[in-house]
Each structure stands twice: as structure tokens, then as C-alpha cells.
Write a protein that binds this ligand. Structure first.
Ligand code: PHE
Length: 339
């Protein structure tokens, strides 16, 4: 038995490894429940009494040797791990992927940029509004369908607290708080109670504009919007106006641009008309000026409003509105080249 133990001692002394797994296997082989040492202790019972002392010493020698060896090998592994974690300064860096702006933000910034070049400032206002700023001050008659529950998200009734359905409400606030000349655009989120589909959403973004001064005419409106259309969609873009109706403008119009996909020849994007509708506009109704204490005998103005999603869809040829609200990075990262 002594010989066997001595043999095991030699083996243990010679054992070498830098692998944590094989060090652990070595430990288990000797010190585990069914390991060599437990076997030796079991055999120890049958050792004749006169040898017990010598054999016992050898077994203990083996046991402490194995424990020591395991600790030594483990500490070598630990140390080399630490050394390995010192950064290699010659390794090329991990390049960070640059993020991208949301397409709605990109287009909103472009619109803002174009109008600020013309001297418009930016005004902002609350998304939670009252009836006065969203409807009454804008000359909506009390029974006008746009006030209907179908369109407007009401938060409270009597007095009405509601989510704005357009950013014209911001322009009312500007008119209430300043006197002409007023040249302002109001970008922002608006809310309408619509079923969500590829073509409609209950949240979208608008930029509305307002210009009030003495002698502002429809020609000024046309020039301003023509400049905008050419800057936004390219020099070749043509515009046309169709008569329309809004309670707050008189006369009112809708503006189309020549289809940028087919250049006016007709395609499925413009439904073979050659034209794309992009915004509503008109001369501010004198009632609206008077409601906000602006002298309608002295001043005139024009206003316009557009949906940013609509412009973005046309610019990037994205057909489904819902993509703008899903925050799917596979969609969003495609805009990283834009500013
Ligand atoms: N406020 C209108 C809308 O929400 C747009 C518009 C603004 C039309 C100004 C004419 C003049 O659709």
C-alpha cells in the first residue's frame, strides 16, 4: 500500500495544467467523494496495526500535497488571466455605428430650414388644448363636424379639454400674444381619432405657417409655397392650386406639386393624374384676425398647413404610414445617410 501511495504522490507532484477544467478534474479525482483519497481512507481500516502510523502519515502527505498543488495551479491560471486582460493597445478599435435621425425629424428639419430662410420663426404650443384655440378662435361653427367625437380625442367635456387636431392652435396663441408683422411656423404632433392603417394614423405631425402684415396677398402665398416646393422637391417642381374650404381661411386652396416620381406623366403614385396633393392653405379669414385682436381692416395674412408624414412619404417613397411609428431599427437605419 505504501508503494501505491508513493506512486500517487509522484503523479500528483508531476501533474501540470493551465486549464481550469483539468485542474478541477484532478481535484475531483483525488479529493472528490468517490476520489482516490476516500478510497485510501477506506482501505486504511484493514491496514495491520503496526503499519497504521506509517500508512496514515503517507495518506495525509498525499492529501495535503494534492490540496497544495490545486491551489498553486489555480493561482497561476488566475494570474495569467489578469495579465491577459491588460489591453493590447495595438488592436484596432471597435468602431461605433453612428445612429440615424428619424425620417420625420429629418424632413421636419428640412421644412423648418426652408421657412427660416424666408424669415419665419418657430412657435410651439401645448398638445393638450381647449376648444377655443383648436376650433372656436379659428371660426369653426359650433356644429362643425371636425369637433365631433369621431375626429377629436376629448379628455374632458364642459369645459372641453382635448388633444389638438392641428397646430393651427399654436398660431392662435401667437396671434393672441403678438401683433403683426407675424411670420411663424408651428411644427408639432397632432391627434385625430382615426383607425390606424397604411394611409391613416391617430398621431401625425404637421407644420403650419402663418404670415400676417399689411398688404399680404394671395400672390405672396403662392410665391412662398412655390419656393418651398422647389427647395423641398427640386427645381423642376411645378405647383397648382385647387379651390377648397377651411373655416379659418377665405379663399382656401389645396396645393398640389407635379409628381416627382413620373415628372407629371402619370404613374401609380400620383394615380395617373401627374399631381400630388401636399398641403392646405388660404388667406386668413378676417374673423380669425378679429377674434385674436388683430385689426382685420389694416392687416391681411395667409396660412398653410402640411402633414410631415405625407411629405416624407413622397420624398422617400415609403407607402405605409405605420412604419414611422414602429421604431423598427431595420427601417430607421436606412436613413443614416440623411442629415
Ligand atoms: N389646419 C389645417 C389642417 O389641419 C391645414 C391648414 C392650415 C389649411 C392653414 C389652411 C390653412 O388640415
Amino acid at each position: 500500500m505504501i508503494d501505491r501511495i508513493e506512486q500517487l504522490i509522484r503523479e500528483a507532484e508531476e501533474f501540470q495544467s493551465a486549464e481550469p477544467e483539468s485542474i478541477e478534474a484532478f481535484r475531483i479525482r483525488y479529493l472528490g467523494k468517490k476520489g482516490i483519497l476516500n478510497d485510501l481512507f477506506a482501505d486504511f481500516k484493514s491496514v495491520p496495526p503496526d503499519q497504521k502510523r506509517q500508512v496514515g502519515q503517507k495518506i495525509n502527505e498525499l492529501k495535503s500535497l494534492v490540496s497544495k498543488r490545486v491551489e498553486e495551479l489555480k493561482s497561476v491560471v488566475k494570474k495569467s488571466n489578469k495579465e491577459g486582460s491588460v489591453p493590447d493597445l495595438t488592436v484596432p478599435g471597435i468602431s461605433l455605428r453612428s445612429g440615424s435621425r428619424h425620417p420625420i425629424s429629418i424632413v421636419r428639419n428640412q421644412i423648418i430650414d426652408i421657412f427660416t430662410r424666408l424669415g419665419f420663426n418657430i412657435s410651439e404650443g401645448p398638445e393638450i388644448e381647449d376648444d377655443w384655440h383648436v376650433f372656436s378662435a379659428l371660426n369653426f361653427p359650433p356644429e362643425h363636424p371636425a369637433r365631433d367625437m369621431q375626429d377629436t380625442f376629448f379628455i374632458e367635456k364642459d369645459p372641453d379639454v382635448l388633444l389638438r387636431t392641428h397646430t393651427s392652435s399654436v398660431q392662435v396663441r401667437v396671434m393672441e400674444n403678438s401683433q403683426p408683422p407675424i411670420r411663424t411656423i408651428s411644427p408639432g404632433r397632432v391627434f385625430r381619432n382615426e383607425a390606424i392603417s397604411a394611409r391613416a394614423h391617430c398621431i401625425f405631425h404637421q407644420v403650419e405657417g402663418l404670415y400676417i402684415d399689411e398688404n399680404v396677398s394671395f400672390a405672396d402665398l403662392k410665391q412662398t409655397l412655390m419656393y418651398f416646393a422647389k427647395e423641398m422637391f427640386g427645381d423642376q417642381t411645378e405647383i397648382r392650386f385647387r379651390p377648397s374650404f377651411f373655416p379659418f381661411t377665405e379663399p382656401s386652396a389645396e396645393m398640389d406639386i407635379s409628381c416627382k416620381i413620373c415628372g407629371g406623366k402619370g404613374c401609380n403614385v400620383c394615380k395617373y393624374t401627374g399631381w400630388l396633393e401636399i398641403l392646405g392653405c388660404g388667406m386668413v379669414d378676417p374673423n380669425v384676425l378679429d377674434y385674436s385682436n388683430i385689426d382685420s381692416k389694416k392687416c391681411t395674412g395667409f396660412a398653410f398647413g402640411m402633414g410631415i408624414e405625407r411629405i416624407t412619404m413622397l420624398k422617400y417613397e415609403v407607402k405605409d404610414l405605420r412604419l414611422y411609428f414602429e421604431n423598427d431599427v431595420r427601417f430607421l437605419s436606412q436613413f443614416s445617410a440623411a442629415f
